[in-house]
Design a protein around this ligand. Structure first.
Ligand code: HEM
Ligand SMILES: CC(C)=CCC/C(C)=C/CC/C(C)=C/COP(=O)(O)OP(=O)(O)O
Length: 285
């Protein structure tokens, strides 16, 4: 068993961007006045829970991951990490994360538990292998780290935190459906009915355009609802409008090759929006 496998099953790049949304939300919600220990507790609670959830997803998906060239070399399908070890590892990480969240406030624990529920029960077990719209509900899992960061700072649930997390929900169709266009053969071989495989690339691309247009609306609404400075508004509107423009150009002539760069652009777009939130909440901007 190589120790690298224990890192790989936590999908470091995905967990990193999820944690960027979490910490940025915490910073904005706290108005940058927080005790460093609080920030460390939020980071540990959410990152351990996300890593544990992802490891559990890897165990449950081992039978389909072994069928896809994109995922067959992963630790569990390739046998580098026994599934029981990965299951115990994932459960332990999640339980430590939840325990730490309990020292922050109960609302954070609820949000983290919802993350596990939407990822493992709703998405991985119930929908991923059956519904072309699996990521719409499953996407709620992806919005939970951001909502957890916000709730940790606020100490209660509020609409602003939900609006910020909504941006991620509207971003997920671009994140996954462009990827599934690029890896269409993989998903067909594993019999995973992602929307582009069922409705075709063109129709799925226009649905993504619609979700990115809603994202642009949400980014603007946040400017009206939250005390963000003009730096947030200008940066986030420019990057989201550019992404919308690229999504429209792609939808007019979708291609598997082009889908990969759209997938990569999606991650960059979300990262910049969250960065804009932090800059925009520094009162001097
Ligand atoms: C239902 C929700 C989600 C699903 C089904 C999903 C699925 C995926 C898949 C299939 C990959 C490719 C992994 C690989 O090929 O190894 C991926 C990578 C990634 N995901 Fe997600 N994801 C979801 C939510 C999110 C969210 C909410 C974020 C961040 C806020 C995120 C960030 C990333 C990043 C940064 C990568 C790596 C991108 C790269 O390789 O450049 N994902 N995700
Ligand atoms: C607070 C908390 C615990 C939140 C959970 C956040 C989280 C792990 C979100 C990711 C969502 C997800 C379903 C990814 C797996 O996709 P996939 O199985 O389709 O990806 P793959 O094909 O690459 O395995």
């Amino acid at each position: 068993m190589d120790l690298k496998a224990f890192v790989e099953v936590t999908k470091p790049k995905q967990t990193l961007l999820l944690m960027i949304t979490c910490i940025m939300s915490f910073l904005v919600a706290s108005g940058f006045s927080f005790h460093p220990v609080e920030l460390i507790k939020v980071f540990l609670a959410v990152s351990l829970a996300v890593a544990g959830t992802t490891a559990l997803n890897m165990v449950l998906d081992r039978d389909i991951d072994i069928l896809m060239p994109r995922t067959m070399k992963r630790p569990v399908p390739s046998g580098r990490l026994p599934e029981t070890v990965c299951a115990i590892y994932g459960t332990l990480l999640f339980l430590i994360g939840i325990a730490i969240s309990y020292t922050i406030n109960i609302y954070v624990s609820i949000v983290i538990f919802l993350g596990l529920f939407f990822d493992i029960v709703i998405y991985t077990i119930m929908l991923k292998r059956k519904s072309p719209y699996s990521i719409v509900l499953g996407g709620l899992a992806g919005a939970m780290p951001s909502f957890a960061g916000w709730t940790a700072a606020k100490g209660y649930f509020d609409v602003a935190g939900m609006l910020i997390s909504m941006i991620i929900l509207l971003w997920i169709p671009a994140h996954i459906w462009y990827l599934s266009m690029h890896y269409e053969e993989d998903y067909r071989r594993a019999n995973i009915p992602m929307l582009p495989l069922i409705a075709g690339m063109e129709r799925a691309s226009w649905i993504i355009v619609f979700s990115v247009a809603l994202m642009l609306f949400m980014v603007t609404l946040l400017f009206l609802v939250l005390p963000f400075g003009p730096a947030y508004f200008i940066t986030s509107v420019i990057i989201t409008t550019y992404f919308l423009y690229r999504a429209i150009v792609f939808a007019k002539a979708p291609s598997r090759i082009g889908a990969k760069s759209m997938y990569k652009l999606a991650s960059k777009t979300l990262g910049v929006i969250y960065l804009a939130m932090v800059i925009g909440s520094l009162h001097s901007f």
